[in-house]
Design a protein around this ligand. Structure first.
Ligand code: ADP
Ligand code: MG
Ligand code: MG
Length: 887
């Protein structure tokens, strides 16, 4: 029992439900101990203490170390050893442990409690002096790194020199005397670099270690990781203090990591790596390449069998794939950590589907568990099977997917180049978490050392970055900024490709193709469809996108932007003629040229969507978007008139050309607007130039008729953008209905079409009751609605002040990405109520970026909208999110 503030809890006092207080590692260690599994005893300093540490200005709160001491006394009693005692010393690990797992982002120190005295006690007690000094050199290195901030490479260098001197290939070949010497060298390095000696007082060690773990909550990589994964900065880390067990006591000892299923593919088979005669950080830190777990099965069959059994037990207990750290001491297995294993998107789908088939999860649970972010990665690019490849090396397939880009050799440069819009492959000799910002920026990662269970590989999988690691054939020279493999030299900036599914490293660029939907994904999507009520449509404006959308499960087209059709190079001249026309007659002539083209577009869409609704938005953007740039035009006019004036070229043709250009320039200038997004666009164009919308409506209905006659079921929905007043809609709706009558004639009964409007001007939302009198449907254009509700232009805001607002937490998120429920959401809810009061069968949906954003989709479901519309590639995501919204 603990007196005081209760900042310390023994493992026996915890359970898996206490992650917020004990961190994930502490909570799961407690859960395992209480389930009777072999876990070394210890206790946890709560996350509360970490928050208190920061609240008092990065100082350990009063009374904390007293509580730690009391808990340590109990641990000593259990272990029958004493911390700092020369003959029977207790050694502990001091381990970070955040609430949400952040593999390798924070620090841990092993073998705390060793000094020049106790190391001899350990040697005597174990009868193994080599082992004692191995532990000691590890402590000093970790301590030097974590507490004094000395780069690991400086220690590794001394180690490397020692190994060369002894002719030792692996760490385990180094002699006991070697380790003793290294301890002295390490101690010198610490004094030299930090001006302070490695502390001989064990309680000083413990205190500094605890502080360092608290501090590591705010190291660079941890911050980057939290930002990417949206983990709150306020959470803080717990600290676990645990009696050591030793995997480095001899050849019947070892340490490793196993996943209960393959985290890359999801296959149900024990997956892992280990090293004999080593301590845990050798495997997870990514500086050694470990052996595959199958080797353990051969070398220590008994241990392997109990590991396998424990893995199965833990998976059933947690009902999820587990990532387990273990250590074997003289043939006895100890568990040091378990957590839900990070997995690739592909593996996640397979595991979720399999757990349902195995009866461990219900369909709802499996869907609820899907990490929405994974869906973005599922259709990962892959290398086409028939591609001719210059494979220069093969490493471990650590994270699936293929990537191609320019080689870079450090994380900062990767970040810099990526910011400049270049695609890069980050190449490093080790797979370490230090490089997280570079991993984030890169298309993919290649390393020569480090296994598939190293933290950095785990993180790459979590982020969906293709990764090949432990590629020992590739000799990477970071200083020279090149690597050599299979006779090839690849230098910084050279094109290189990797295939994280097979481990292949390829010279040059490889054209990638979009990935396919796996069977498991289809299965999950089917289940999601049977759960959700919110429908999912696609934003698409050509038959190719429409077909893609259907393949992904779109239930129609929610937004076809007709302006995209106007921008095709073969149409632009006719579009310009239409805009430049001085009279209605001239304009109609130009429109007649566009009519068959538009009609063809719509036929294609109707055919692709056979039977599903197709919502066609009439022309929306300001007309000047279709005209050449005024400044360029002015320049061309100036050049041409100079040529004519000087007599260099004053032919008739030139003069006519000049006249045309001048007309164009005049028109462009006359169309200039101070605020084009608030100017003459959307239905305002349709009101001023009704012949434009007439032509579009005519194309819609002609296309419909042709398709109907082909036996294609057609459900056109004509959508008017930017309506602010019901009169705009009334005027345009009447014309569209007249056009329908004219084109469809006696076939009208066969084509049930709808006319509706975007709700994207706040006034339309506010007067939605009136607007619904003339609308069969509302589609909330949340991009414009957000823009106009906030009164800020998206194009200007995103690059400039919005990111500042979000970084400084003035806004919880970018409202153009995630719908602002409190503001814009209120307008939507209001409009929905008013609209439905006028017309109970009003169809309602959202188009725009928000239709593909999970949080916004949850809102759309809760608000009672009928559908969301998003880009084709986001449709699987939207289907899952819509189901999650209902669970
Ligand atoms: P991380 O969060 O970086 O994984 P951990 O606290 O899990 O850090 O520790 C790093 C490595 O040290 C792991 O492989 C773990 O198994 C090992 N380790 C931690 N505590 C002990 C211990 N008490 N005895 C033996 N090995 C340990
Ligand atoms: Mg760990
Ligand atoms: Mg709009």
């Amino acid at each position: 029992t603990n007196a005081g503030a209760g900042w310390v809890k023994s493992f026996e006092q915890g359970n898996a439900g206490m992650k917020a207080e004990l961190g994930g590692k502490g909570a799961n260690l407690a859960e395992m101990i209480n389930a009777g599994l072999p876990v070394p005893p210890g206790f946890t300093i709560t996350t509360e203490a970490c928050r208190a540490y920061y609240a008092c200005g990065a100082k350990l709160p009063d009374g904390l170390m007293e509580e730690v001491d009391a808990a340590l006394r109990q641990l000593e009693a259990v272990q029958q050893k004493t911390f700092g005692d020369a003959s029977k010393p207790l050694l502990v690990s001091v381990r970070s442990g955040s609430v949400t797992s952040m593999p390798g982002m924070m620090d841990t120190i092993l073998n705390v409690g060793l000094n020049d005295e106790t190391v001899r006690g350990v040697a005597a007690l174990s009868g193994n002096s080599r082992f004692a000094y191995d532990c000691y050199r590890r402590l000093i290195q970790m301590f030097g790194n974590v507490v004094f901030g000395i780069e690991p490479i400086r220690f590794e260098k001394l180690l490397h020199e020692l190994k060369s001197a002894e002719g030792a290939e692996q760490d385990r070949d180094v002699s006991g005397e070697g380790w003793e010497r290294l301890v002295e060298l390490y101690k010198e390095l610490i004094v030299k670099t930090s001006g302070k000696p490695f502390p001989q007082s064990v309680s000083e060690q413990l205190k500094l270690a605890v502080e360092a773990v608290f501090r590591s909550w705010n190291n660079h990589r941890a911050k980057v990781y939290r930002k990417v994964n949206r983990i709150p900065d306020e959470q803080g880390t717990a600290v676990n203090i645990q009696a050591m067990v030793f995997g480095n006591k001899g050849d019947d000892c070892g340490t490793g990591v196993v996943f209960t299923r393959n985290p890359s593919t999801g296959e149900k088979a024990l997956f892992g790596e280990y090293l004999t005669n080593a301590q845990g950080e050798d495997v997870v830190a990514g500086v050694r390449t470990p052996l595959p777990i199958a080797t353990l099965e051969r070398e220590m069959p008994g241990v392997y069998a109990s590991l396998k059994q424990t893995a199965e037990l833990l998976e059933r207990h947690y009902r999820d794939m587990q990532d387990i750290e273990f250590t074997v001491e003289h043939g006895k297995l100890y568990l040091l950590q378990t957590r839900a294993g990070k997995r690739s998107a592909q593996a996640a789908m397979k595991i979720n589907a399999d757990l349902v088939e195995e009866g461990l999860l219900t369909r709802e649970e499996a869907i609820a568990r899907i990490e929405i972010g994974h869906l973005d990665q599922l259709l990962h690019p892959a290398i086409p099977a028939d591609a001719v490849l210059d494979v220069v090396a093969t490493g471990l397939p650590a994270s699936p997917g293929a990537a191609t880009g320019e080689a870079v050799f450090d994380a900062d440069k990767a970040e810099e180049w990526a910011r400049a819009g270049r695609r890069v492959i980050l190449i490093r000799s080790e797979t370490t978490p230090e490089d997280i910002h570079g991993v984030l920026a890169a298309e993919g990662v290649l390393t020569s050392r480090g296994g598939m269970t190293s933290h950095a590989a785990v993180v790459a999988r979590g982020m969906g970055k293709p990764c090949v690691c432990g590629c020992e054939e590739a000799r990477i020279d970071v200083e020279a900024r090149e690597f050599r493999a299979g006779g090839a030299v690849i230098r910084e900036g050279d094109a290189v490709s990797i295939d994280g599914s097979t481990g292949r490293v390829i010279r040059g660029e490889v054209p990638l193709r979009a990935g396919d939907m796996s069977d498991e994904l289809r299965k999950l999507l089917d289940w999601a469809d049977s759960i959700r009520t919110l429908r999912v449509a696609a934003n698409a404006d050509n038959p190719l996108d429409a077909a893609k959308a259907r393949e992904f499960g779109a239930e129609g087209i929610g937004l076809c932007r007709t302006e995209h059709m106007f921008l095709a190079p073969d149409r632009l001249p006719a579009v310009r003629e239409m805009i430049l026309a001085e009279t209605t007659a001239e304009r109609e002539l130009a429109l007649m040229k566009l009519l068959p083209m538009q009609q063809g577009d719509f036929e294609g869409l109707f055919r692709a969507m056979d039977g599903l609704p197709v919502t066609i938005r009439l022309l929306d953007p300001p007309l000047h978007e279709f005209l050449p740039n005024a400044e360029e035009l002015r320049q061309r006019v100036a050049d041409l008139s100079a040529g004519i004036a000087s007599g260099a070229d004053a032919s008739k043709e030139r003069k006519a050309q000049l006249q045309d250009l001048e007309t164009m320039l005049r028109k462009v200038r006359s169309l200039h607007e101070a605020n084009p997004m608030l100017g003459q666009r959307g239905c305002r164009l349709g009101v001023l130039f009704p012949e434009i919308y007439d032509m579009q409506a005519e194309a819609v209905f002609r296309a419909a008729l042709i398709c109907l006659n082909e036996g294609v079921a057609v459900v056109p929905e004509v959508m008017i953008p930017l309506v602010g007043h019901v009169n705009e809609l009334r005027f345009l709706r009447e014309r569209i209905e007249r056009m329908a009558e004219r084109v469809l004639g006696d076939q009208a009964s066969r084509c049930s079409y709808k006319v509706g409007t975007m709700i994207e001007v706040p006034r339309a939302a506010l007067t939605a009751g009136q607007i619904a009198e003339c609308a069969d449907f509302f589609s909330f254009g949340t991009n414009d609605l957000t823009q106009m509700t906030y009164g800020c232009s998206r194009d200007d805001a995103e690059g400039k002040f919005l990111s500042h607002y979000v970084d400084h937490k003035l806004l919880p998120h970018n409202p153009f990405q995630t719908l602002d429920r409190e503001g814009v959401g209120q307008l939507i809810e209001w409009a929905l109520r008013q609209g439905k009061a006028t017309r109970s069968d009003l169809k309602t949906g959202v188009c725009g970026e928000h239709g593909g954003d999970p949080q916004s989709i949850f809102f759309c479901h809760a608000a009672g909208l009928d559908y969301v519309s998003c880009s084709p590639y986001r449709i699987p995501l939207a289907r899952i999110a819509a189901a999650q919204a209902r669970i």
